[in-house]
Design a protein around this ligand. Structure first.
Ligand SMILES: Cc1cc2nc3c(=O)[nH]c(=O)nc-3n(C[C@H](O)[C@H](O)[C@H](O)COP(=O)(O)OP(=O)(O)OC[C@H]3O[C@@H](n4cnc5c(N)ncnc54)[C@H](O)[C@@H]3O)c2cc1C
Length: 424
């Protein structure tokens, strides 16, 4: 394998790093343990359905996603800006009234929070949208829960809306997550669409991988150890480059670099085939009741018909934690959802259960993005979500910035070496 730089991992950060190096005229090579690119973003095809491995979305505001992805090609399908919240035996629509001003009267009437809560949303919005990201990530840090209480939100609003909605983003039911990360995510929801690519989330990494020179990614190869400018594979093969970039998940990065990895949060996602969607429209339905296993329900095939075969619908149910027994969980979910959607739920057919114990790094405060790319030592660099705050934006940013800095360093080293040989 002939490479300037060996990158370990073809998740978003490894792909972004490789693209940046390629743009700089270098030859990166990626070794990837799996048989496909994308890391934690994956879509499986089964019985004509497209099953995302865990519920995730692209927030179109993400500055790095806008820079790096072709949204038209992804054929993005936006969710309704808001959600349906299950409370008191029925669904209530919560809307982002800046994007859906006609829904203001409905919002004011809704029992999800008090009228004062809805005015407090103005304050939260102003706060989350002010300043640049540098400013946002240097604000006084607390937990999201404490910040919401400081802003005066009622417990009813917190329990019925903020917890189910944002806890589902961080896989942290009590919202004991960084207030900075919370405000970053709030900003993303406020300033752009929340969307799924029409053919599944994996289209995002596939789009990036397709821009790399053919055979840049080597699948089915697992890095076992790293030495200065070298990677030793599990089968003992030794690969050499001018630099090595570790772009794995946090657990593997910790193992390869001999450091402790950050704690993670898990989630479980169940996909069902249904004769009919339990509700119409591009909604996320949230459990605002505070009881039962379900966090949220969506029907990806309501957003894009490509998620299900003709005459069937895909229903996705999300739950906190990954330690569940799948059969017991399925029974408990069906019991709860029969109460929401009626006996038809018993006709749903389970397609897959994804238990994802390391879905996201825990976002315990304080959370600070790196001030620049992370070079651990001469010829050894690190990028990836675990080295930055979570999200597609930060994974891309970390990979891209590492690629740019590494290219500049190698160029400077090359010039240094040329000058030295001319002087001799
Ligand atoms: C269920 C779920 C929901 C999410 N929801 C959202 C969301 O809605 N919005 C959002 O912005 N973000 C979301 N995220 C986060 C987003 O997916 C991540 O930020 C991003 O995918 C991280 O990319 P990465 O490159 O840092 O790491 P990864 O995707 O983990 O990629 C690391 C790669 O390294 C490979 N690898 C590991 N060890 C080795 C080794 N030893 N040798 C070779 N290869 C190795 C792995 O196979 C993998 O391909 C979600 C994540 C999950 C799991």
């Amino acid at each position: 394998m002939d490479a300037d730089v060996i990158i370990i991992g073809a998740g978003l950060s490894g792909l972004a790093c490789a693209l940046r190096l390629q743009q700089a005229g270098l030859r990166p090579q990626i070794i990837e343990a799996a048989e496909r690119p994308g890391g934690r973003i994956a879509t499986d095809k089964r019985e004509g359905f497209r099953l995302d491995r865990g519920f995730q979305v692209l927030q179109t505001w993400y500055p790095r996603a806008r820079e790096m992805l072709d949204y038209d090609e992804l054929d993005l399908r936006p969710f309704y800006p808001g959600a349906l919240v299950r409370v008191d035996d029925r669904f209530h629509r919560v809307s982002d009234i800046w994007r859906q001003p006609a829904r203001l009267p409905e919002m004011l009437r809704s029992p999800i929070g008090t009228t004062a809560d809805k005015l407090r949303l103005l304050k939260l919005r102003r706060r989350a949208l002010s300043g640049d990201l540098q400013d946002l990530y240097t604000r006084p840090e607390t937990t999201a829960l404490k910040r919401l209480r400081e802003l005066g939100f009622s417990e009813r609003m917190i329990e019925r809306f903020f917890k189910p909605f944002f806890a589902g983003v961080f896989f942290e039911p009590e919202l004991n997550v960084s207030s900075r990360t919370f405000e970053f995510v709030f900003r993303a929801f406020a300033l752009g669409d929340t969307a799924l690519p029409a053919h599944g989330m994996e289209q995002i990494p596939l789009q990036l991988a397709a821009r790399l020179v053919p055979e840049t990614i080597h699948y089915g190869l697992r890095a076992d150890r790293i030495l200065p400018r070298q990677v030793i594979l599990e089968d003992g093969t030794r690969l050499q480059g001018r630099a090595v970039v570790v772009a794995t998940d946090g657990e593997q990065a910790g193992r390869l670099l001999g450091v402790e990895s950050r704690p993670t949060r898990g989630t479980t996602c169940l996909h069902f085939a249904a004769p009919q969607a339990p509700f119409e429209g591009p909604y996320l339905a949230l459990n605002g009741t505070g009881s039962g296993p379900v966090n949220s329900v969506l029907c990806p095939s309501n957003l894009s018909a490509d998620y299900a075969p003709p005459n069937e619908s895909l229903v996705t149910v999300n739950v906190f934690g990954a330690e569940h027994n799948p059969d017991a969980l399925e029974t408990a979910i069906r019991k709860q959802l029969v109460g929401w959607f009626g006996a038809v739920v018993q006709r749903w057919r389970r397609l897959a259960v994804y238990r994802l114990p390391n879905a996201l790094p825990a976002q315990t405060p304080p959370v600070t993005p790196l001030s620049g790319p992370l070079r651990l030592q001469e010829g050894l660099w690190v990028c990836g979500e675990h080295a930055a705050p979570p999200s597609i934006h930060w994974a891309l940013a970390s990979g891209c910035d590492t690629g740019a800095a590494l290219a500049a360093t190698l160029r400077a080293d090359g010039r240094g070496a040329r000058n030295a040989s001319t002087a001799r």
